[in-house]
Write a protein that binds this ligand. Structure first.
Ligand code: XMP
Length: 512
């Protein structure tokens, strides 16, 4: 396994993704983590990430000395390379010539990191972003690549197996960066790259058995990928010691509650309690039009209902949650300070401490695409594993303004047609998320010879890699035309369809 020490770069997670894609397990720790945790982790190799600081700045983050004393291979990236240069006796200074973006390195010397990849004289595109300059590498190091403005773009101490890259191998703009990282983990560190989902599954099952013993576990199902994979994995580990609870808040899409029942209770034979609480939710949401009040109301009611159901399970001691790795990485915040709340999230399973249940979180170490992979390994159907994200508050945040059963029914029909057309066009997997929004306006139309005065709806589809930023999906016009015609013809209550072409930022993906 490999340890990544994070110095606050925006792209540290990408290092972890690339390393794992090469079949090597790794974790990210903040640079200021207790050194005992670094020692206990037992890394075979260490990567120092980039970061926004200057090594000579006041309070510049440093790597614990332990990192250099462990005798394991080290790869410093960007700030990490300047840091290891600085801490090992080289010189880093401020430079007038900053390099940001695309650059070309010229390879000057061979080294194990470049093995089978670059030879002397290779000119290779890379992605640079640094303000400082290395003026001298530490004793024992040699320069292996340069750029016109960075005489030490890559440097190495082959005896100690320490390497520094001033550029970012983890981003796609460094085309052969993934192979460079693979050379580090496979050739320099000497790992085999045999960390697979099949192996992970077996380990995770053993870990669940050890943690839970003969105790009982409750798992909240949402119908989404994460909670579904967690439930099936836990069921494989402990069988009927697991009970799933599915709260139907009346804000689901067409057919979802039935599908959860069919898959989990009928197909997997997992004990499942389904609670139709739509009256409770829709009752409390009546007349509520403020998005934050909606979100908070749903979150609060969900906990009440779930808690009541979980309490009926005799002797349950554990609560399973589909928490993912991006939620648990301890972040390094170089700027400090709290960030503004844009939306109060409600997540199925994000339950309060007073429930006094011990958490079982078998997906804590995985990225989303790895969870999908694990789902496939567990035999979950592709329609579930590849499913778009769906927010905890459900359709409530896709009906701006006050919610009524009538509006929800109209929206469900439009949404189902839209997704059906997307699947038929073979576009589902190209899109991060697609859904319809029922607008709180009525507009005038004409159908047959009659006047209509019905709701307008908006269609939304975005591409994204993590939901943090997004772009609208450029559907062909004939797709949009066909879908709009079907919605207007088949859904009573809608007489106008628009397409949302806002990116995020400045928009958000959901409308509320
Ligand atoms: P926004 O609308 O903030 O959404 O751009 C980003 C992603 O998060 C999803 N989302 C939620 N997911 N609980 C969730 O589990 C929530 O309360 C919630 N709100 C938004 C949204 O669907 C998109 O994928």
């Amino acid at each position: 396994r490999v340890l990544i020490l994070d110095f606050g770069s925006q792209v540290t997670q990408l290092i972890a993704r690339r390393v794992r894609e090469n079949g090597v397990y790794c974790e990210i720790f903040p640079f200021n983590v207790d050194p005992d945790r670094i020692r206990d982790f037992g890394a075979a190799g260490i990567i120092l990430s980039g970061g926004p600081s200057s090594v000579y700045g006041e309070d510049a983050p440093r790597a614990p000395d332990l990192v250099f004393e462990m005798g394991v291979p080290i790869l410093g990236i960007c700030y990490g390379s300047q840091l290891l240069c600085h801490q090992l006796g080289g010189t880093v200074e401020k430079s007038d010539e900053q390099e940001f973006g695309r650059a070309e390195i010229m390879v000057k010397d061979s080294c194990l990191l470049f093995d089978d990849l670059f030879t002397r004289g290779t000119v290779e595109p890379v992605w640079m972003s640094h303000g400082d300059r290395i003026a001298a590498v530490p004793p024992g190091f040699k320069t292996v690549a340069t750029t016109p403005s960075a005489p030490f773009a890559a440097f190495a101490n082959e005896e100690k197996r320490i390497y520094g890259l001033l550029f970012h191998p983890e981003v796609v703009h460094t085309p052969r960066g993934g192979q460079l990282l693979r050379n580090f983990t496979h050739k320099v560190v000497g790992l085999k790259g045999d960390w697979t989902m099949a192996a992970y599954k077996d380990q995770a099952i053993a870990k669940i058995r050890e943690q839970v013993g003969d105790g009982k576990v409750v798992c909240g199902l949402s119908g989404g990928v994460d909670s579904s994979v967690a439930a099936v994995l836990i069921h494989e580990a402990i069988g009927d010691q697991l009970t799933c609870v599915f709260v139907d808040h009346g804000l689901l899409r067409a057919g979802e509650a039935e599908e959860v029942d069919r898959l989990f209770r009928q197909h997997y034979n997992i004990p499942l309690i389904t609670r139709d609480a739509s009256d409770v939710f829709l009752g409390e949401l009546e007349g509520v039009d403020d998005p934050e009040v909606k979100r908070k109301t749903i979150g609060r009611l969900f906990i009440d209902v779930f808690d009541a159901e979980a309490n009926k399970i005799d002797g349950a001691r554990f609560l399973a949650q589909g928490t993912l790795y991006p939620d648990v990485i301890e972040s390094v915040s170089p700027t400090g300070g709290p960030s503004v709340t844009i939306k109060s999230h409600h997540n199925v399973g994000g339950l309060p401490d007073y429930m006094k249940l011990e958490l079982v979180e078998p997906l804590r170490e995985l990225f989303k695409d790895e969870v999908r992979e694990l789902g496939r390994e567990l035999g979950l159907p592709e329609t579930l594993v590849g499913r778009h994200p769906f927010p905890g508050p459900g359709l409530a945040i896709r009906v701006p303004g006050a919610i009524t059963r009538e509006k929800l029914d109209i929206l469900r029909k439009a949404d189902a047609i839209y997704l059906d057309e997307i699947r038929k066009a073979g576009l589902y997997d190209e899109i991060w998320q697609a859904f319809a929004v029922l607008l709180p306006v009525r507009t005038v139309g004409v159908m047959g010879d009659a006047r209509t005065y019905d709701y307008a709806c908006a269609l939304r589809a975005v591409t994204s890699s993590d939901g943090m930023t997004a772009d609208y999906y450029p559907f062909p016009h004939d797709f949009l035309g066909r879908t709009a015609t079907r919605i207007i013809n088949e859904v009573r209550g809608i007489n106008r369809v628009t397409y949302d072409i806002t990116s995020k930022p400045p928009g958000t993906i959901e409308w509320e």
